[in-house]
Design a protein around this ligand. Structure first.
Ligand code: FAD
Length: 324
């Protein structure tokens, strides 16, 4: 049963929609966007051609229509009832470039893959970006999630972010204005990041290449990188490793429907067949419940969950167990 109606929403935008250069897709399947390859429909997907096109679209969009932005979907769990309103997905043509912006400065479009920054940095003897080599997301996702690995994170390298707000105003944010903490930015949730500028430091190309090779080798050994996954499911709670808590609660390899906690890295959830959004979220909340009962720790989702449940297929936090 379809929970969203993209054709109706598209028609409500009026003739102004015909002036847009980007692509508008009603009822866009989100399982084609997410790394989990699961989830329902985006009511209306918009892929802007460039910043001007995005601004024009936002000025056209009625205030009450919900708006969600996604990157390449490597950290997303989309519920089976779909995502009401508009999902903005930046086009590679308009937002995928990476360029040198001064001495040790790199500017990238928000849909540029993280690893392209690592490669550009290495080619130009700029250190500090090898950690991006192993993160499969885009720069917009990295800037929103403060993505990090191997001892580095986005907040350390970021100089400035360019964004468009819900009303279609172009804004710039300094690193301080991004309000960074572990895997989190407190920047206004309605901002669509379009570009970001980063600063590294001079470093020898051979050293950078060796660091990048080490990152790749480490990942391939300890993470199920070739599976349909969303990366780390839960944040590491203060003083704990999420995977250890999950392991101690007996959830390594735990399976519900087509979803499983990876046996290789038990903080990674994987779609082993035809998992639905429901299977994945049910599994995640079951793990939270078991970890809470075993260790008294409340795991917090790192994966972003978007959209609405199918009626009768709701999943309660901690499976409805009272956690105080
Ligand atoms: C195998 C694997 C390994 C991973 N390893 C790591 C790791 O080591 N470290 C780590 O930090 N993450 C890791 N991740 C998670 C993920 O790659 C990162 O969180 C990444 O930064 C998400 O980027 P994305 O483009 O996929 O964003 P999405 O998953 O599409 O979205 C994530 C969030 O970012 C927001 N967002 C995306 N683009 C924009 C934009 N342009 N403007 C505003 N908001 C935006 C979305 O609204 C959403 O809230 C891993 C994932 C996988 C699958």
């Amino acid at each position: 049963m379809k929970q969203v109606d993209g054709e109706k929403l598209l028609a409500s935008l009026g003739p102004g929609a015909n002036e847009l250069k980007g692509r508008l897709t009603p009822d866009a399947p989100m399982d084609r966007v997410t790394w989990f390859q699961a989830g329902g429909l985006a009511e209306l997907m918009f892929q802007p051609h460039d910043v001007d096109d995005l601004v024009a679209f936002l000025k056209l969009l009625p205030e009450e229509v919900p708006l969600t932005v996604v990157g390449v979907g490597s950290n997303l769990l989309v519920r089976d009832g779909g995502i009401p309103g508009v999902v903005v997905r930046l086009s590679a043509k308009g937002f995928g470039q990476v360029e040198l912006a001064g001495e040790n400065l790199i500017r990238a479009g928000a849909i540029c893959p993280d690893k392209h920054i690592s490669a550009m940095a290495m080619d130009n003897n700029i250190g500090g970006f090898h950690f991006y080599y192993g993160i499969p997301g885009s720069i917009g996702g990295a800037v929103r999630m403060n993505a990090g690995a191997n001892g580095g994170d986005t907040s350390e390298r970021l100089v400035e972010v360019e964004a468009v707000d819900r009303k279609g105003n172009i804004v710039r944010l300094s690193k301080a204005e991004m309000g960074y903490s572990y895997r989190h930015s407190s920047a206004a949730s309605d901002l669509i990041f379009t570009h970001a500028t980063f600063e590294g430091y001079p470093e020898d190309k051979a050293k950078i290449r060796a660091d990048m090779d080490a990152v790749r080798h480490h990942r391939e050994t300890v993470q199920p990188v070739k599976e349909k996954t969303g990366g780390s499911t839960f944040k590491n709670p203060e003083g704990h490793s999420a995977w250890e808590l999950i392991d101690e609660a007996g959830c390594r390899g735990l399976m519900i429907g087509g979803a499983q906690m990876s046996s290789l890295h038990c903080n990674f959830m994987i779609n082993v067949g035809h998992a639905t959004g429901y299977d994945l979220e049910y599994l995640g909340e079951t793990v939270r419940q078991r970890v809470f009962e075993n260790a008294g720790v409340k795991l917090e989702w790192e994966i972003k969950r978007l959209g609405i449940f199918m009626p009768g297929r709701e999943v309660k936090p901690f499976m409805g167990v009272t956690t105080g």
